[in-house]
Design a protein around this ligand. Structure first.
Ligand code: GUN
Length: 297
């Protein structure tokens, strides 16, 4: 039995961060200032806090300016909107990222809608999702853009391939489908109401799993030779030693016997998200400075 390839997202992300750091050097020479990324964190969700700290470190390591704004859970929507407006006006800030989810009393769509689309490095503003959907230049959500980079690196031309995206979130599933469509793949979006998910997944040359359910996509669902991108990050308790571990949305060990290639969890898509965020910030900085997009990014 042949075993599929494990796609090294960690190494790919490190290479991308190096390219971004080179681009940052050239930007500083051209403009006399560093690109800046502002991250807004509301509340104290431990996972979000870890993630934001890691973003801050990697931003600085790439030679960019990192600005962090922590606000309590109790912040009112108006105060948060005021902060966004300040960041929109601040010329040192090229990218604004509001960590999601926000507390329930805050209207997420209103907050995202208040971000200057030119600084929307998450690509969540409707202007950017509309541009992506209509094939115009856009800032594109980091995780799906990272997935497309890995897929093109593995498969080259995606044209005509059958792609199934499992999950329909605004952050991953929908933009992922748009990016695959832009690459001329034949795209299906499956979700929790899809009938006979196993046979839908079995059609696919490319499977992107982004449902947030531990090991839901079974190995035998995968068509022999398909490439699988696992976006899931699920913490499960391991009954054997009582500790918890992180698994994806795909039953990886089973799938390995079927796939051409698959991203592992951890070490697959995860490291790509921050690397692409840095890339988007550099791209936004160039556009704001009236410079052409750096080559190779
Ligand atoms: N929460 C989970 N993923 C993301 C992301 O990509 N961006 C933001 N802003 N919040 C998130």
């Amino acid at each position: 039995m042949t075993i599929g390839k494990i796609i090294d997202g960690k190494a790919f992300a490190a290479t991308l961060r190096d390219k971004v750091a080179d681009g940052v050097g050239a930007f500083v020479e051209a403009t006399g200032r560093k690109p800046g990324l502002a991250v807004v964190l509301v509340g104290e969700d431990p996972a979000s806090s870890v993630y934001v700290r890691s973003k801050g470190k990697m931003t600085a390591a790439a030679g960019m300016e990192s600005f962090e704004f922590k606000r309590p859970d109790s912040i009112g929507e108006e105060d948060l909107l005021d902060l966004i407006e300040e960041l929109n006006q601040d010329d040192r800030v090229d990218g604004i990222l509001v960590q999601l989810p926000l507390p329930r009393h805050i209207d997420e769509a209103a907050v995202i809608g208040a971000i200057d689309p030119a600084k929307d490095v998450d690509g969540f503003h409707v202007v950017n999702s509309g541009r992506l959907a209509t094939g115009q230049e856009a800032l594109v959500p980091c995780t799906p853009l990272g997935c497309i980079m890995l897929l093109k690196d593995e498969l080259g031309d995606l044209s005509g391939l059958e792609a199934v995206v499992v999950g329909r979130s605004n952050i991953v599933g929908k933009p992922m489908a748009q990016l695959l469509l832009a690459e001329s793949a034949t795209v299906t979006i499956a979700h929790s109401r899809t009938r006979d998910l196993a046979s839908v997944v079995h059609r696919a040359d490319i499977v992107v799993a982004a449902v947030g359910r531990a090991e839901m996509v079974k190995g035998e669902w995968i068509k022999p030779g398909a490439t699988v991108i696992d976006v899931g990050i699920n913490r499960v308790s391991d009954t054997e030693d009582g500790k918890s571990r992180i698994v994806g949305d795909v039953a990886t060990a089973e799938a390995l016997a079927h796939v051409r290639a698959i991203t592992p969890v951890p070490g697959g898509v995860g490291p790509m998200t921050i690397a692409v965020l840095l890339r988007n910030t550099l791209v936004a900085a160039h556009a704001r400075a009236g410079l052409t997009k750096p080559a190779g990014l």
